[in-house]
Design a protein around this ligand. Structure first.
Ligand SMILES: *Cc1c(COP(=O)(O)O)cnc(C)c1O
Length: 487
């Protein structure tokens, strides 16, 4: 199916909107907008009736792939199904008609929700205090690293370096660099975990913190975490956990119990707010007691007024790193995460993680043999395969395999990440997929492995069943043109 541009559907004189009878007198536009700000020419807007606009966008939405359509196995992104009740609660008038400048006496419910969400997130990760301000995971990282800087400044220790493991998400070194640190990469060992000897060699008096992801991006639990924690803290450094993907830990174990000082969460991953397409997101940050005073302000405090709970916003926080966001963060994402956690309860939260781990291992078991597995099983919530055998024997690259999957009706996994795995295919099924869906996905992957043996050209030409064939992705970002229709 090919869909025309809305500009091609345009016919002169057709209109989508009619204002009918107006009960106010028309005014010349120059009375409302000063002359210099008026356009010189009419904008080139399409002239399309309402029916055609609706059909055009419905057809486009049908071409789109999304998590409400089918499995979306994008590793390190936790594309779980987002329960619709989250949206129903977020749409309640009491939430949608709030204004951030309202007096706090009139926003007690919203403040209570934020306070309780912070408490629940703190409990899930074993942290003493949580800020909801950051608008994304990377923003949470930056917030955490600014706190690390402030902490070292406050105790008079001059530190210039942050250690980041080489399997980490690209945002880790980016956030550290943005906060002004030199980044030193720590190697992974043959098992895919942090290389302790390399860590020891790089932990010197200049190291402010180690940033670690656990389970790491290959889906492996850092089982030497307690030894790592001791090394880092004995060195006077802090331990930061990238908790964007908390899907394997919840209700089972906690970063705080492993000795992490700071952790960020991605509400738009683990806690089921929709994501992809640029937001809005939410990347709260939790800290242990010794870092609490550095959190962004304002901080929500629960007090008591006439025997009733009463919530206040505290701005007088002299040690705080300051504000990280206008107002209080992306509130609608918080309502979704709050609803999700309250619907599940503690037992349900634990079952999420158990099922995420079972699903990942079930799928991995079906695919091992047909694809290389660079590091030993078992895994946690995701796993990383390598397409290096297909590349070497048949000239079929991971990119080709990902494109072929589109022909089978699935979104591709994350590819070429993490960087330490050649021809990486990183797959995260999440807990929300049924066994039948996992079987269908496995069947597609196995069928592609067979095609690589027998008819590799099918994969090299893929996708051939999609509305557009293979796109030049580099061109799309180098020559971005989202405006002009005929130039
Ligand atoms: C997604 C992710 C991030 C970044 O989160 P954003 O909200 O995209 O900024 C950081 N670390 C890991 C491991 C992630 O999966």
């Amino acid at each position: 199916m090919k869909e025309s541009l809305i500009f091609d559907l345009s016919r002169e004189g057709r209109t989508g909107v009619s204002f009918g009878h107006m009960d106010i007198a028309p005014q010349p536009v120059t009375d409302l907008i000063p002359e210099p700000f008026l356009r010189k020419e009419e904008p080139a807007l399409p002239e399309v009736p309402e029916s055609e606009v609706v059909r055009h966008f419905i057809r486009l939405s049908n071409l789109n792939y999304h998590v409400d359509k089918d499995m979306y196995p994008l590793g390190s992104c936790t594309m779980k199904y987002n329960p619709k009740i989250n949206d129903q609660v977020t749409d309640l008038a009491g939430f949608t008609s709030l204004h951030p400048l309202q007096p706090v006496e009139t926003t007690q419910g919203a403040l209570q929700l934020m306070y309780e969400l912070s408490e629940m997130l703190g409990e899930i990760a074993g942290m003493d205090a949580v800020t909801l301000q950051p608008a994304a995971g990377a923003h949470g990282e930056l917030t955490g690293i600014l706190i690390i800087r402030k902490y070292h400044d406050a105790i008079g220790s001059k530190r210039t370096k942050l250690l980041v493991v080489d399997s980490a998400h690209g945002t880790n070194p980016a956030s550290a660099a943005l906060a002004g640190y030199d980044i030193v990469a720590v190697k992974s060992n043959a098992e895919g975990r942090t290389d302790i000897d390399d860590l020891k060699a790089k932990l010197d008096g200049d190291v402010a913190a180690l940033m670690l992801t656990n389970p790491n991006t290959i889906g492996l639990f850092e089982k030497d975490i307690l030894a790592i924690e001791k090394l880092v803290h004995d060195n006077g450094s802090l331990l930061y956990m990238d908790g964007a993907n908390m899907n394997a830990l919840m209700g089972i174990t906690r970063p705080g119990d492993m000795g992490f000082d700071i952790v960020h969460y991605n509400l738009h991953k683990t806690f089921s707010a929709p994501h992809g397409g640029g937001g809005p997101g939410s990347g709260p940050l939790g800290v242990t007691g010794k870092l609490r005073d550095y959190l962004p302000r304002p901080v929500i405090e629960k007090t008591d007024k006439d025997g009733q709970p009463y919530y206040r916003l505290l701005t007088d926080r002299p040690m705080s790193i300051g504000r990280m966001m206008n107002f209080y963060g992306n509130f609608s994402v918080m309502v979704r995460a709050y609803t999700y956690i309250r619907m599940l309860g503690p037992e349900g939260i634990r079952r999420v993680s158990e099922n995420a781990i079972i699903n990942a291992n079930y799928l991995l078991e079906k695919l091992t043999g047909s694809y290389n597995l660079p590091y030993p099983k078992p895994v946690m919530h995701e796993f990383c395969l390598s397409g290096d055998r297909q590349k070497k024997e048949h000239g079929v690259r991971t990119l080709d395999i990902a494109k072929r999957l589109l022909d089978y009706g699935f979104h591709a996994p994350t590819v070429y990440f993490p960087l330490i795995v050649s021809e990486a295919l990183m797959i995260e099924p999440t807990e929300t997929e049924t066994r039948e869906t996992l079987d269908r996905f496995a069947a597609a992957m196995l069928s592609i492995a067979d095609e690589a043996n027998q008819s590799p050209e099918k994969i090299l030409e893929a996708p051939s069943l999609t509305p557009v064939k293979r796109l030049d992705e580099a061109q799309a970002s180098r020559k971005l043109n989202i405006r002009c229709t005929d130039c």
